[in-house]
Each structure stands twice: as C-alpha cells, then as structure tokens.
Write a protein that binds this ligand. Structure first.
Ligand code: ZN
Length: 252
C-alpha cells in the first residue's frame, strides 16, 4: 500500500468501516510511514474535538416510535414480497427433490449400521449379556477376540480415568462380524464396535438413536461405532482420548 491509497482509506478506517484485510494493510502502512501516521493522528484529534464541541439533540419519544414502526413495516413488506416470488417455491421444491434423490442414490450407510449397533448394544444390556471375555487386561481381551475373528482389533486399555475396560464379545451387525469392546464407569456403559473397513470406510458422524449417543468414524485399520447412554464432558473426553490413542498407536 502506498501513501495515496492510505490517504484514501483513512476516513473509512477511522469510522471502522474497512473490511479486515484492507484494515490490516493500512495498519501495517501506518506503522511504517511517519507522515501517514501523523495525518491519521491529526484526523483522529479533529474527530474527538468535533464530537466534544458539537451539540446533540435527542429525538422526542413520539418521533422515535414512528420511525421504528416505519422501519418494521418496511422489513415485513420486503419479507412478504420475497414469498410472492414464484421462483422461491420452485427453488424449495427443487431442493426437496434433490435431497430425496440424493438420499435414494447415496443412503446414509453410517446411520443404518448405527441403528443396528444401537439394537445390539441395548440387547446386551437387557438381559445382561455384556461380555464373553470378562477382563480388564487389554491383552487378554485382544487375544480372545483375535482368536475368533479374521482380524486383530485395536484394544485401548483405559481411554479415560472414569472408565474401566470390562471385556469383549463378538457380534454380527448387518452381516459383518465385528469386535465389541465394553467399558464401564459408575453411571455409564460404553460399547465400541469395530471391524476392518474393506471397501466401506464410514464417514465421521454423530447421531442420537433411541436415546443413545452414537459416534461413527474410521481410519485405515477399522470402522468404529461408539455408543453411550450419556453425553457430557466425561464421554466426550473418552471419545477424544480413545481416538488420540488410536492415532498415536497407544493400544494393544
Ligand atoms: Zn504513507
């Protein structure tokens, strides 16, 4: 920015009307150019003096009310004018059709499989059939699972201090044999389902299904569905730390 441009933008700058990139450029120029800096100082001083010495008058409350009513009426008119345009309805119908077509062509596979996972999770609670291998030792759980599956699932020992590893079992969800790893805290139970992605890597999603909170994500090794009854700092901490430990290789 040169001095001529700076001079042109100075008033808008002092009125705080400049968009941020020009504002930054001008600030940089002012910090490097003593003559523009003193011009800016002069104008600022003039503004301060002008504000301090001119009289201001408050509008009578009747006038103020009338102006506010007129402004509101104008806004409502503009909104109604928009809804009188036929293209607004055409665009609405188009968007609705497009989303239906997209849903048919690309159904949310993550949501469907999450529904099945939630069913599986709630079946395991009532009647209680939480785990087939009951151990807090991640190596025991991992080797038990690996012996019954054609893959070796990553087992994180204890992602968050409030939760302890309870054990594991093998489930079938939508024809996929999956590793199920269960963690327990005083008031919650977290079930993690995982299986190799093969050709279907699930996108990262969050759902609430039948009152359960569901996190879906994947990496090169597995698709993961994590289900908990509660959602709060503790479960969020569990999920974040679980994913961090997977990423840093801190698992068995
Ligand atoms: Zn300058």
């Amino acid at each position: 920015m040169n001095c001529e441009e700076a001079g042109r933008l100075l008033d808008a700058y002092l009125d705080r009307e400049l968009e941020w990139s020009s504002r930054l450029e001008l600030q940089e120029h002012l910090s490097l150019c003593p003559s523009c800096w003193s011009l800016a100082q002069e104008r600022q001083e003039f503004r301060t003096l002008f504000r301090a010495t001119t009289s201001t008058y408050k509008a009578p409350s009747e006038l103020r009310k009338k102006i506010l009513v007129a402004v509101r009426r104008e806004k409502t008119k503009q909104a109604f004018a928009l809804f009188r345009q036929p293209w607004v309805y055409a665009a609405g119908v188009f968007i609705l059709c497009l989303s239906l077509v997209l849903n048919i062509l690309f159904p949310d596979s993550g949501k469907e499989i999450s529904r099945q996972a939630v069913l599986c999770h709630s079946r395991s609670i009532s009647p209680e059939h939480l785990v087939d291998v009951n151990s807090a030792n991640p190596l025991v759980v991992k080797s038990w699972l690996a012996a019954r599956l054609d893959f070796s699932p990553p087992v994180v020992a204890s992602p968050a201090s409030a939760y302890a590893l309870l054990g594991g079992r093998v489930d079938v969800i939508q024809n996929r044999t999956v590793a199920t790893i269960v963690y327990k805290s005083d008031k919650d139970l977290i079930t993690l389902f995982c299986w190799p992605p093969k050709r279907e890597q699930l996108p990262q999603r969050e759902y609430v299904i039948n009152g359960y909170h569901v996190h879906v994500w994947s990496n090169a090794e597995c698709n993961y569905i994590l289900i908990s009854k509660f959602r709060g700092p503790e479960t969020d901490g569990f999920t974040d730390s679980f994913r961090d430990q997977l990423q840093s290789g801190a698992y068995f």
